[in-house]
Every structure is written in C-alpha cells, then in structure tokens.
Design a binder for this molecule. Structure first.
Ligand code: HEC
Ligand code: HEC
Length: 291
C-alpha cells in the first residue's frame, strides 16, 4: 500500500519536473530567438543644441525620465538587477569611456536606442524602456541627447548581461518587458513639441513615465516583479482622487503620502518625480483626476 503511494508520488513529482523543465526549455528557445532578431529600421536624425538652458533641461530629464535609476547617478552605468533566477542586467555606461559607447556612436545611434529600442547592429536592447521614450517629443529627446553627448568619459566596465530561467519564463508569459522593441510603432514620427501647461493633455504626456508600473489606465495592479509590492491605483478612483495639489506634490517629492504611508524609492521612484517642476506635477494630477 505504502509502496504504491510512494510510487504514485514519485511519478507525480517526475511529471512536475518534466513540465517545469519543458516550460523553461520553451522559454529559452523563444527568448533566444527574439533576442537574436535583427530589425531593419532607419533612424531619423535629431537637432542637437549647445544652448546652456537646453542642456540643463536635458540633465534634469535624465533624472525625471528615470535614466539615472538604471544608468547610475553619473550615467556611467550600473547593475540594476542582480538576481540569479531573474537575471543580471546592466544599465549601460552612456559615456564614451571604457565600457561605454563606442567612439563613433552618433546621433542616429541615440535615436535608434531611444525611439526604437534597437542597438546599432539592429538587435533589440533588453529591458531599456524605449516603448516609453518613443513617445517623447522631438524637443525633449533632443535635449536629452544634446546633454548626453557632453558627458565626460567615465571608465566603468561590467560583465555581460544574463537572463535567468525565471526571467525567461516571465518574458515568455508576457510578464516582463524584456523586448520593448516589440511594443513600438517604428513608423511613427515624433511630435515636435508639447505644450508645457497645467492641463490633462500635458499630464497624460508625462504619465508615460508611470505606465510601466501603474499600467496605461493608471489603475495599478500586480507587482511589477517578484518581491515588489502591488502597484497602487492612482486614477481618480484611488487616494489620489481625493488629494489636493499640495498633497500630491508633497507625496511625489518626499515619498510620504497624506495617509501617512512611506513609499520606498526603490519600489515607487519618487526620487525621479522629486525632479519634476510644480507645473509638471500639477499637470499630472489634473490628468490623473480626470480619469
Ligand atoms: C529600466 C532601466 C532603464 C531605464 C529607465 C533606462 N535605461 Fe537605457 N538601458 C537599459 C539597459 C538594461 C540597457 C542595455 C540594454 C542591452 O544592452 O541589451 C540600456 C541601454 C541604453 C542605451 C543603448 C546603448 C547601446 O548599447 O547602444 C542608451 C543610449 C540608453 N540606454 C539611454 C537611456 C536614456 C537616455 C534613458 C532615459 C531617457 C534610459 N536609457 C533609461 C536600462 C534602462
Ligand atoms: C517602478 C514602478 C513605478 C513607477 C515607474 C511609478 N510608480 Fe508610483 N507606485 C509604485 C508602487 C509599487 C506603488 C505602491 C507602493 C507601496 O504600496 O508601498 C506606487 C505608489 C504611488 C503613489 C501612492 C498612491 C497611494 O494611494 O498611496 C503615487 C501617488 C504614485 N505612485 C504616483 C506615481 C506617478 C505620478 C508616477 C509617474 C510619474 C509613478 N508613480 C511611477 C510603482 C511605480
């Protein structure tokens, strides 16, 4: 009797192992294929400026758009995910120092990365949120790139990136945005400028930076990755619907909500929103309270 039970359990276990290894094997196969696809996209050029006010604006956007969260405070690169099952991901060194961009990396290569999510050899950039940056106005993208090309060289080299088994399976299930290139309309042209004003329209433009976690409808939901908290609903249906402008601004600059909750900058990146101007935050609130 016991022997029979044990045999049955053994068979079940063997089946489970077989199923899981099948899932992982399939995920390895599909993610390898997607990683090695070549995209034939011709990137447009961008006007580049040396105007000091525009460069300062580009510097601020590097914080406000989250670039520094992944590429490091000095943009000389940093490891932002180091977890064997998930993967080893490096926000590349964006300077022309050792371990950084090649010396002949030019403006169209920047556009390829930001607008298309592709590296210069036509292969997809992994996990770099280009599906958000593709919606930047030409003026904002130009300020970012104009500033980026003035960065002093920093020598910082990293081991190669790796995607672990859990990272592959989550990608295969559509739970991890490893291939932003696949979410982009590559034929779309950039809007020249956006109107900077306290309006839901400008707030919507800025909310692209929130979408990756709070979802396109801003209603939040499941954690973005294992180990993170569920994402809050920031549409008018959530707490935000009741907040005043002062309360919203205070939350996004200090990480403390009117309800007394302290948000961790590693989970809700308020160090990024702390760099937003009053106009930007008020526009965001106007948009969030309109939906
Ligand atoms: C969520 C993390 C994340 C954020 C936010 C992010 N990046 Fe990246 N970025 C990456 C990763 C990871 C890579 C390397 C991808 C690869 O090599 O597969 C990368 C690559 C790049 C590259 C490509 C370099 C090359 O090899 O051609 C450029 C340029 C770049 N990022 C610029 C930016 C800028 C500018 C911003 C902000 C507007 C930004 N990134 C925001 C993660 C991020
Ligand atoms: C990297 C993921 C991520 C991004 C990007 C992000 N958030 Fe969040 N946000 C979260 C998470 C997770 C929470 C919930 C944190 C918790 O419960 O501790 C949260 C909570 C909040 C809260 C508090 C809500 C409440 O009811 O207490 C506000 C407000 C907020 N986010 C606004 C924004 C705005 C505005 C943006 C874009 C400019 C943004 N977030 C971008 C992950 C993110």
């Amino acid at each position: 009797m016991i022997k029979k039970l044990l045999l049955g359990l053994g068979a079940l276990l063997a089946l489970a192992v077989l199923l899981i290894s099948g899932l992982v094997a399939k995920a390895y196969y599909t993610t390898e294929q997607r990683m090695n696809r070549t995209y034939a996209v011709k990137a447009q050029s961008l006007p580049i400026t040396t105007d000091s006010a525009e460069l300062a604006y580009g510097d601020r956007l590097m914080t406000a758009k989250g670039c520094r969260d992944c590429h490091g405070e000095d943009l000389g690169g940093k490891v932002f995910i180091d977890d064997a099952p998930l993967g080893f991901l490096v926000g590349k060194n964006l300077t022309k120092g050792k371990g950084g961009l090649p010396s002949d990396h030019d403006i169209t290569d920047w556009v390829l990365a930001l607008k298309h999510g592709i590296r210069r050899n036509g292969k997809p950039l992994l996990f770099m949120p280009s599906h958000e940056y593709t919606l930047l106005s030409e003026q904002d993208m130009s300020a970012i790139v104009s500033f980026a090309v003035t960065l002093p060289e920093i020598d910082r080299e990293f081991p190669e990136q790796k995607i672990g088994p859990v990272g592959r399976v989550l990608t295969d299930l559509g739970k991890l945005p490893l291939f932003p290139v696949e979410m982009i309309d590559h034929s779309r042209t950039l809007e020249k400028t956006v109107e900077v004003e306290i309006s839901p329209a400008y707030g919507k433009y800025l909310s692209t930076a929130c979408q990756g976690c709070h979802r396109p409808n801003m209603r939040g939901g499941d954690p973005v990755a294992p180990g993170f908290p569920p994402v809050a609903d920031i549409s008018s249906a959530g707490h935000v619907g009741k907040w005043t402008e002062e309360q919203f601004i205070q939350t996004l600059r200090t990480g403390v909500t009117p309800e007394g909750k302290t948000l961790k900058p590693t989970e809700m990146p308020w160090n990024m929103t702390a760099a937003y101007t009053d106009i930007e935050l008020k526009a965001l609130l106007a948009y969030l309270q309109s939906i």
